[in-house]
Design a protein around this ligand. Structure first.
Ligand code: HSE
Length: 289
């Protein structure tokens, strides 16, 4: 009588594609939802501590938006969630919760809302489409949003593309990491980003792993966020010398993302370079492939 959904974490921006590009990761959360006499939460996993267990809970709130939009009433819910996704680290954990709650609530009432409607709702709640798009559609996505409707194109990642994320042991709120961004940028920087974001989509969609490095740089957000993440500047500059195809801040950070060719053999070297560079700045981090 209940439903269960499995939702991937995501990495947003991929460097130049601020609020535009996203990719699902093989790191997951599971949400179960059923009607109940009284609302109750079961939240499992180290990452779930400190999450509210009353009706202020995001999962509950999001589910109610689905029921409202579909014109049905399900006031009391039993909600269970298990997550392996580190919170407030730039791995889209909030997008995972939003997409999971939307998908579970919709399934619970017989799926009256389309995936496109869920994407619109998710983007409105999150305020940018890149993480929720990747969590909802999987693979790599490129998204547009006009403030009401969001739309995305999804494609499979190149077969030999492998991902390393290095997750620092400190949290960074997305809102804080957005506050440091300038309201205006020069035309030169705008062109720099448009060209690289477009080039990156072309490289990823056509499987040209060799071109990823040239495309994965950014002047829209990373330079402004770098002071918030010790070691980031050095990692962006030098990871290419240690076997990364390209490297970027994952979403709003503080996690760093490296793209790697599965066929190459310098994985240990790259991982050690990233971890040691952060450690030299006094930051402990963990690596996930
Ligand atoms: N595109 C968003 C940002 C992602 O960079 O602020 C946040 O997860």
């Amino acid at each position: 009588d209940g439903v269960r959904v499995k939702i991937p974490a995501s990495t947003a921006n991929l460097g130049p594609g601020f609020d535009t590009l996203g990719m699902a990761l093989s790191l997951y959360a599971w949400i179960e939802m059923k009607e109940a006499e009284q609302t109750v939460f079961h939240l499992y996993g180290d990452e779930m501590q400190g999450i509210p267990r009353d009706k202020s809970n995001l999962l509950y709130q999001v589910a109610q938006q689905v029921f409202e939009r579909a014109g049905v009433q399900v006031p009391e819910l039993e909600i269970s969630m298990f997550s392996d996704i580190p919170l407030t680290r730039g791995l889209g954990s909030s997008a995972t919760a939003i997409v999971g709650a939307l998908a579970a609530a919709n399934a619970l009432i017989g799926s009256p809302l389309s995936k496109a409607e869920l994407f619109d709702m998710a983007t409105g709640i999150e305020d940018h489409p890149d993480n929720v798009g990747a969590s909802l559609y999987g693979g790599i996505i490129t998204a547009i949003w006009d403030g009401v409707h969001a739309e995305c194109i999804r494609f499979d990642p190149p077969e030999d593309l492998e991902v390393l994320v290095v997750v620092p042991d400190f949290e960074l709120q997305t809102s804080e990491a957005r506050k440091v961004l300038p309201d205006h940028i020069s035309r030169k920087d705008a062109v720099y980003n448009v060209s690289r974001a477009s080039f990156l989509v072309g490289a990823l969609a056509s499987g040209r792993l060799d071109l990823i490095g040239k495309a994965m740089s950014d002047r829209l957000h990373q330079p402004y966020r770098a002071p918030l993440i010790p070691g980031m500047t050095r990692i962006l500059e030098e990871a290419g010398n240690h076997g990364a195809l390209g490297v970027a801040l994952s979403g709003a950070g503080p996690t760093l993302l490296a793209l790697v060719d599965r066929q190459q053999s310098r994985k240990n070297e790259l991982e050690a370079f990233l971890l040691n560079t952060m450690r030299a700045e006094g930051i402990n981090a963990s690596a996930k492939w």
